[in-house]
Design a protein around this ligand. Structure first.
Ligand code: SF4
Length: 445
């Protein structure tokens, strides 16, 4: 662990391990048919990635472009359909192929028109065989694109969760995060979503915005709580390389005052939600205590058996995580989307990271430890034979030295509340040397 990793709580949001910057071109271009031959296929996750947004938020480093020239969304859906056909073919004809969850992410899936969303659902159902009305289906949306016609399609096709990126209910803060929006439009979008009766509403908020105070943060939290969302995600603001905020000169070097602001707002937000009947699932995620469970949380969704379709989506088998090329720079992203759209043969994995037994243990440790409920020692032993302490003694010792491990229950490895607050420092600490080296060699583009 480096000193820098210990001093700043804000190193890296580990929503997937390894990060895509550790992926490399796969010279042998393994055939999907071979990759999936021996995988269990009775509880797969399906993820469809739509890489379009109306604006590019200043903090965003997701794989997405602003707008789409005429015909591009249709051409993208054509490519998705070709990919879906190739992937479904690779999974084989056996009856055991079954999807247990589905998600449309991005980007902003609701950038698509209502008719295009119908087509997306058709593709998931008819090409992939996912029974969308029978399984949890989560969809991300923005206030401007959460229109009544699109929401009606999604509700009709079985959406069980609608996630709305709001970030702040204070217009000046939204502008400071380069996500210009008007409070009135946000409230109208929330009203439309509640009218559709999709069972779970998630609201994303961000803390650490320039000018944000504890008072204005509480104002946003209360505005969100007024809608009684089943879920709330509280994200610390990051300024990452090549994003809009970075280009405006706010580099991401050490900034203890900003770290203090974010930690203070995190604690205030956490305590506020706990006091309002929410339970904490992870550093970012809070769920209303009486809300229906949706299964996949932010870390737990990284199980094996994930099929990602679209040019920014990952797929996971036990032995390989794979995707397409990755970039943050707008020009590069446009090029990768254009390449995807003109691809005819989707039957091979192109870019990825080979997972060995050791990386699988790390991933299990990471994705369990960063959840509030922690890692039951028996689960780990049943899957891997040993104990986390035997496999990761030095790393866990350093977390314990910082007071970040809760020792009250010997059957479960769990973070203390302060440990949870430092999830974004703990996650990177648990990266393997090989993943760290690969990420360090990645050339940003
Ligand atoms: S934060 Fe969401 S809406 Fe904003 S640019 Fe990124 S993907 Fe698009």
């Amino acid at each position: 662990m480096t000193t820098a990793q210990l001093t700043s709580p804000y190193q890296h949001y580990v929503y997937a391990y390894p990060h895509k910057t550790a992926y490399r071109g796969l010279e042998d271009r393994p055939a999907l048919r071979d990759l999936w031959a021996a995988e269990p296929k009775d509880a797969l996750s399906l993820y469809l990635h739509i890489p379009f947004c109306e604006v590019r938020c200043g903090f965003c480093n997701l794989f997405t472009r602003i707008g789409a020239p005429d015909g591009l969304t249709g051409a993208y859906l054509d490519a998705l359909e070709r990919q879906a056909t190739a992937v479904r073919d690779a999974l084989g004809a056996s009856e055991e192929v079954r999807f247990a969850t589905a998600a449309f992410g991005g980007g902003t899936p609701t950038f698509l028109t209502a008719a295009e969303l119908e087509r997306l659902c058709d593709l998931a159902e008819h090409r992939m065989g996912a029974d969308l009305r029978a399984i949890p289906l989560s969809v991300e949306a923005s206030p401007a694109t959460a229109t009544a016609d699109r929401l009606a399609v999604l509700a009709d096709r079985g959406a069980t969760r609608l996630s709305l990126g709001i970030q702040s209910f204070v217009d000046t803060e939204a502008r400071a995060a380069v996500r210009p929006q008007r409070r009135a439009d946000v409230e109208a979008a929330l009203g439309r979503i509640r009218d559709t009766r999709i069972p779970v509403l998630n609201i994303d908020l961000i803390y650490g915005i320039d000018g944000q105070t504890e008072r204005s943060w509480r104002h946003s939290l209360d505005a969100a709580l007024a809608w009684r969302p089943e879920e709330l995600y509280l994200y610390p603001l990051y300024v990452r390389p090549l994003t809009g905020l970075d280009r405006r000169g706010q580099d991401s070097g050490p900034d203890p005052a900003w770290d203090d602001q974010r930690l203070r707002l995190y604690r205030a937000g956490r305590d506020h939600l706990l006091a309002h009947g929410y339970t904490q699932q992870s550093m970012r995620m809070f769920r209303r205590a009486d809300a229906p469970s949706q299964g996949a949380d932010d870390y737990a969704c990284q199980t094996d058996g994930m099929i990602g379709l679209g040019c920014g989506a990952r797929s996971y088998t036990a032995g390989l995580h794979y995707s397409f090329d990755y970039a943050v720079d707008m020009h590069q992203i446009r090029g990768i989307i254009d390449t995807y759209v003109s691809t005819a043969d989707f039957s091979h994995a192109e870019v990825g990271y080979a997972m060995d037994a050791h990386e699988a243990r790390r991933r299990h440790l990471l994705q369990s430890l960063l959840q509030a409920e922690g890692l039951p020692a028996d689960d780990y032993r049943a899957r891997f034979g040993g104990t986390p302490a035997e496999d990761f003694g030095p790393e866990l010792g350093r977390l314990a030295d910082r007071g970040w491990l809760d020792h009250t229950d010997p059957t479960t490895l769990r973070l203390t509340p302060e440990g949870l607050a430092h999830s974004d420092a703990i996650g990177p600490e648990l990266f393997s040397p090989a993943v760290r080296a690969a990420m360090a060699r990645y050339e940003r583009k």
